[in-house]
Write a protein that binds this ligand. Structure first.
Ligand code: AMP
Length: 467
């Protein structure tokens, strides 16, 4: 099928061509015709499927009769409202709206929190037809009476499941109550838990239901694998994976802001160019870090689920789950950052013993078993090899070289244990024993030299509220 078979007008076909898209994706093929006809749509489509164009292109076409070059704000009321859960996704959707509307004089704006509200007010006052917004900032504008939603004709909820996870349900209801009753509603969600179905029942009227990937599945072009690793050895394994595979760009997920910050610091110390992305960072920091990552100036972006939601990074080859998400649905969202738009991608998970259940839940959800990779012995180099240590000019003392040879011997012993265990049993428990043994017997010299770090490693896990 071609884009021209979908009934899109010439201006949109031209814009699509300029984006370099040759054929529509399945969600575009299925969603564009009913949206053009004015029907409500509820679509199960994960990120990376081309869903933004699937709702933006027909929205632009439906609004085309209102397109006007008039400077009067009254000629440009908000006619389409696109709600997204995060600022990053809002910015990305807005970029797509701009790209696709290049040849139609419809105006658009994007409002989200964490940045100065005044320029947004100025844009809204000048008049725009398409508004991309996060719920909180949109309500700020509503309260300040800087936006009027009384003429909205098309209401789009993007990544609805994440909106609910983030507690936006009351905001969404408040916003929906401000819209005209007669309108077209489109809801896109990667997953369909029961609350989403209930929300859909409240908002959508007799919707066309589309399910693009199988329910709760991940992009087929992504290969999955996992390493079983003691939590104390995760950072080392991660560093070695990045180095040994000469990885130029990797997105690493942690489950909390605290561990994102901590890991980013550790990786910086290990010599990587790295940034952390989470909701405690200012919007400017988040935008700058993402831009630097996209441009290849930052090699490792450590992110929490919220901050990484909706990120569209072209050709991102690899996502690493440093910590598995507590909610298995988030695995699908994380993995959706790679393997986008027909490109191959890879997802690696570092699984600690207490994350086995989380791994099992993920496997159940995605209906596939994730192969466990053997942990290469080289991934467990003793910490004194780190660049920082060299930088500080530490010379090897007799004690450390003894410690190293002890460590080498114990590594050999551990390898032997591992191979015999691997031969006799592939059970995860058995292999954890080997790696845990190694982790809790660091060379004596390391303990002396890095008292703070080692002490920190043995502290009980920090439980922080997930952002
Ligand atoms: P989305 O799922 O909307 O986040 O889109 C994921 C990526 O797919 C974006 O980088 C889009 O530019 C790209 N994309 C959207 N539609 C197509 C298409 N028909 N052909 C190729 N790439 C596309």
């Amino acid at each position: 099928m071609q884009f021209s078979d979908l009934g899109l007008v010439a201006e949109l076909l031209r814009a699509v061509e300029e984006q370099g898209y040759s054929t529509p994706t399945p969600i575009q093929e299925q969603a564009i015709p009913p949206i053009l006809q004015g029907q409500d749509v509820m679509a199960g489509a994960q990120t990376g499927t081309g869903k933004t164009a699937a709702f933006t292109l027909p929205t632009l076409q439906r609004l085309k009769p209102h397109a006007s070059t008039s400077v009067s704000p009254a000629r440009h009321p908000v006619r389409a409202l696109i709600l997204t859960p995060t600022r990053e996704l809002a910015a990305q959707v807005y970029e797509s709206v701009r790209d696709y509307s290049k040849h139609i004089p419809l105006r658009s704006a994007c409002v989200y929190g964490g940045v100065n509200i005044d320029p947004q007010i100025a844009e809204l006052r000048a008049g725009i037809e398409i508004l991309v917004a996060t719920p909180g900032r949109l309500l700020d504008h509503v309260h300040q009476r800087t936006v009027n939603l009384g003429q909205v004709e098309i209401f789009i909820l993007d990544e609805a499941d994440r909106m609910l996870d983030m507690g936006f349900m009351p905001d969404i209801k408040r916003i929906a109550a401000l819209l005209p009753a007669k309108r077209q509603n489109l809801m896109f969600s990667a997953t369909f838990p029961d609350d989403i179905k209930r929300l859909a029942d409240q908002i959508l009227k007799d919707p066309v239901r589309l399910q693009i990937a199988r329910r709760n599945t991940v992009a087929e072009l992504v290969t999955h694998s996992a390493y079983k690793v003691d939590p104390l050895r995760k950072q080392e394994l991660l560093s070695n994976l990045i180095r040994s595979r000469d990885i130029k760009q990797v997105l690493v997920f942690t489950s909390t802001k605290i561990s994102a910050n901590r890991l980013a610091r550790q990786l910086e110390r290990a010599g990587f160019n790295c940034a952390a992305q989470h909701s405690d960072k200012s919007q400017q920091e988040r935008t700058a870090a993402l831009a630097a990552f996209k441009e290849g100036k930052v090699q490792v972006l450590v992110a929490t689920d919220v901050a990484a939601r909706g990120l569209d990074i072209e050709h991102l080859p690899l996502v690493i789950n440093y910590e598995l998400p507590p909610n298995p649905d988030d695995y699908i969202h994380r993995i959706g950052r790679t393997g986008r738009a027909g490109m191959a991608g890879e997802a690696i998970s570092l699984v600690a013993p207490d994350e086995r259940e989380a791994l099992a839940s993920i496997e159940k959800l995605i209906k596939m078993s994730i192969p466990i990779q053997p942990t290469p012995e080289s991934d467990f180099r003793p910490p004194e090899a780190s660049p920082r240590r060299r930088e500080h000019g530490h010379k090897r003392t007799r004690d450390t070289s003894r410690a190293s040879s002890r460590s080498a011997q114990s590594s050999l012993a551990v390898s032997a244990i591992e191979s015999s265990l691997a031969e006799s049993s592939s059970s995860m428990d058995a292999l954890y024993v080997a790696s845990a043994e190694r982790a809790i017997t660091p060379p004596a010299a390391n303990v002396e030299r890095r008292p703070r770090q080692v002490a920190a490693l043995f502290l009980p896990p920090v439980t922080a509220k997930q952002d």
